[in-house]
Design a protein. Structure first.
Length: 431
């Protein structure tokens, strides 16, 4: 059982933390410059993460496994090539590569927990269908807070060493229901509220694709890949940090994830994926439709930069190489949609943009990030509603941030309360 495996891991990790703090509790981890203080604390090492790490030259790793390794090692659907998201959940939670049987156990557990309460459906149906899908998604998550096991157990009284147990139950219930909430929002917003029942024979990601109404085995594979690739990204990004800081107040998983989803909805974070595709479609239109020539696209890129605008989808706060998540999506596209017009534009951008940004000289990282590719894959399979892309991102990111939340409660991490500095005192410091 996953829960029993996790309990053993928690006991060992508690001992490791006690030992580390006892021997090195006074060690200095980071110095903070004034520029970092005023710049969103970028690069300041002040948060632990028990699941993943972003290396500038290797990209995201999950318990030190990189994306190519996990695409090879994680269990797949029968006949499939892409990792099942249930597998990355197991890995993030335990640090171990799961077996097929262990992944099947999670799939079955999420099927059993997946039914949406009537009151959640009523809450969603009370919203305007043209409300942004991320708003509807967040409200659907928050509406389920009524049934939080953690909140009930906390009110009843329990040992702080047991906080992780009801948090685990809330997380399992929440992840089981997220694809249904997301698919329900999609169908009511874009498909005249004609809902598609769950298929009990499908895995978590495949069933999500089915409930959205895309009956295509390639798209089910794409959904599995997408949900795997976007699942976690350290603790410091907006969605993960927001979930963490709200959870540090002992707020339950529903309060915490809803807050994190609201952070993901910002254009500097998760909303970027829809903006990249919108920009690519605009480029095509401005250059006469179809696939532009390299000369046309190169001139357009230079004109964009010289006008003071950025090229969306390129650059990353940490990475100094092509995002491996971009590469994984590109490999999928090369296999399944090599002649698609939008993919050809995306490929041409990949060929041109890095050298142009290097010559331009203002980009620390001229390479594409994950947002540069995901939209074109969705459009190819008929999911053309750009505003929904961030909901897809949110379903995936929930895997990582909720796993981190379980570990935060298991290890008794403190409420987060950094010290602020009054601005006039800053000025006085440097007079």
């Amino acid at each position: 059982m996953l829960k029993d495996t996790l309990k053993g891991k928690i006991d060992l990790m508690r001992d490791r933390i006690i030992k580390l703090l006892k021997e090195h509790g006074d060690a200095e981890m980071s110095k903070v410059t004034l520029a970092q203080l005023m710049g969103g604390a970028r690069g300041v090492k002040c948060l632990p993460c028990f699941t993943s790490n972003v290396d500038p030259m290797q990209g995201i790793t999950f318990h030190r496994y990189n994306i190519p390794q996990l695409i090879e090692k994680l269990p797949k659907a029968p006949g499939g090539e892409q990792p099942l998201p249930e597998g990355i959940f197991y890995l993030l939670l335990t640090g171990d590569i799961p077996t097929d049987e262990q992944v099947a156990e999670i799939t079955e557990a999420w099927k059993k927990r997946g039914a949406l309460p009537d009151y959640v459906i009523k809450a969603l149906d009370a919203l305007p269908p043209d409300m942004h899908p991320m708003t509807q998604f967040s409200i659907g998550i928050l509406a389920m807070q009524k049934d939080s096991i953690f909140s009930q157990k906390y009110r009843d009284g329990m040992s702080k060493y047991d906080y992780w147990d009801p948090m685990y139950e809330d997380v399992m219930n929440l992840l089981a229901k997220l694809p249904k909430i997301a698919a329900y929002v999609y169908r009511r917003a874009y498909k005249n509220n004609v809902q598609i029942p769950s298929d009990p024979n499908l895995d978590w990601g495949g069933n999500f694709a089915h409930m959205m109404g895309v009956e295509n085995n390639e798209y089910k594979e794409l959904m599995r890949l997408y949900l795997f690739l976007h699942c976690d990204h350290e603790t410091g990004n907006v969605s993960a940090h927001t979930t963490h800081v709200v959870g540090s107040a002992l707020s339950d998983a529903f309060y915490s994830l809803s807050a994190g989803i609201n952070g993901l909805a910002g254009p500097l974070h998760g909303l970027a994926n829809q903006e990249v595709l919108r920009w690519i479609m605009d480029v095509k239109e401005k250059l006469g439709g179809g696939v532009p020539t390299k000369e046309q696209l190169s001139k357009f890129l230079w004109d964009t930069l010289n006008s003071g605008q950025v090229i969306p989808g390129y650059g990353h706060a940490v990475l100094r190489v092509t995002d491996p998540r971009y590469t994984a999506q590109r490999n999928f596209a090369v296999k399944y949609l090599p002649n698609d017009e939008i993919f050809k534009v995306v490929s041409m951008l990949f060929e041109l943009v890095p050298d142009i940004l290097k010559e331009h000289g203002k980009a620390k990282n001229p390479w594409p990030n994950v947002d540069a590719h995901s939209g074109c894959l969705q459009v190819y399979y008929g999911v053309v509603e750009y505003d929904f892309y961030t909901v897809l991102f949110g379903v995936s990111r929930a895997i990582g941030v909720l796993t981190q939340l379980i570990w935060s409660r298991a290890l008794g991490l403190a409420i987060e309360r950094p010290k602020s500095v009054y601005f006039k005192d800053l000025e006085d410091m440097f007079k």
